[in-house]
Design a protein around this ligand. Sequence first.
Ligand code: AMP
Length: 395
Amino acid sequence: MANISSYDFSGRRALVRVDFNVPLNDQFEVTDDTRIRAAVPTIKHILAGGGSVVLMSHLGRPKGVDPQFSLRHIVSTVEKLIGQTVMFAEDCIGDAALQLTANLESGKVVLLENLRFHKEEEKGDEFFAGQLAENGDVYVNDAFGTAHRAHASTAIIARFFLHDKMFGFLMENEVLNVERVLNSKDKPVTAIVGGAKVSSKITILENLIDRVDAVLIGGGMAYTFIKSQGGTIGNSLVEDDYLEKAREISAKATAKGVKIYIPQDTLIADAFSVDASTQIVDSTAIPDGWMGLDIGPKTEAVYADVIKGSKTVLWNGPMGVFEMDAFAHGTRAVADALVDATAGGTFTLVGGGDSVAAVNKFGLAERVSYVSTGGGAMLEYLEGIELPGIAAIRE
Ligand code: AMP
């Protein structure tokens, strides 16, 4: 693989896989340009180095060609963000694309039509990947959000660029930061794992136990752990099929000297609603008719201490139903502890789904070390799975 910082782009056409899968309103205007913004450093770097840029992305889940999902809708937003004209190719392969890309001059930018207008994209079709590859001399993957998919444009295409393939800056950053946590020598390393279900976090927990010193458990999944240890959890979320697995994970952690923290106290409610009655109780004694919707103040204090005493912290999944303010306190407390730890020199990474939404909601994203952009991709990375989009570049 090559390195984007040292690669000589002059006179070369860089075919860049970006994640421009942005939300559009009824007028087909971009309502959140975060993902486009994220690709700007890579695009500008290539142009400044004397190259030209051919951008390719998917948008939504079209079934075949569907004008609603045309990337034409985003051309003006891309132009605004990179500060120059962007030519649009009506198709991502064939003459429509090659007419613009074959002799593309340095400094120019082309955006190809939605990759998913061809079913071959998601199938990872090699012939289609070869057709895409004709649009560039060098392949840059800057779409971390789709790195867990072995699609034509995210993985298979790399075969056509033996040496001239590399990560873009966004992708490079994601990889660097997750690996910094997963292989951290800055101990103690703490993982905070929350969210609704144990079942969706089992593989992550199993992988993390081999890599961290402590795991703080929160969210709905905590009650499966509490019940597995004999606690009474009332009407809290539970996955009875996973009680044994929860015991296994706790035993494995103990055997490895990894400390697993389960919430001592819980904020319970008599309904899943903002105006429910609430009280704080011991997590192992939740009365019938009540459900745990957030961690309690003692747990907040213990978790904050562990976080502040760590050198590396990874956070995935909220501590409670943070979407409702009444049950957001525990998630906020963990976010605040991460901010304090970061200020004290701890490396803190927030990755995967709702904990990212939580730090954004609290306006704290700038005050932790790194917030990952890739939901599903980050989860699979944390599960210890080698992502096809990353492997294809490294191979
Ligand atoms: P996940 O996608 O698995 O990370 O789960 C995130 C979701 O878990 C959020 O929508 C939270 O509202 C939800 N959640 C967190 N704590 C609880 C809880 N104690 N009971 C039910 N849902 C919860």
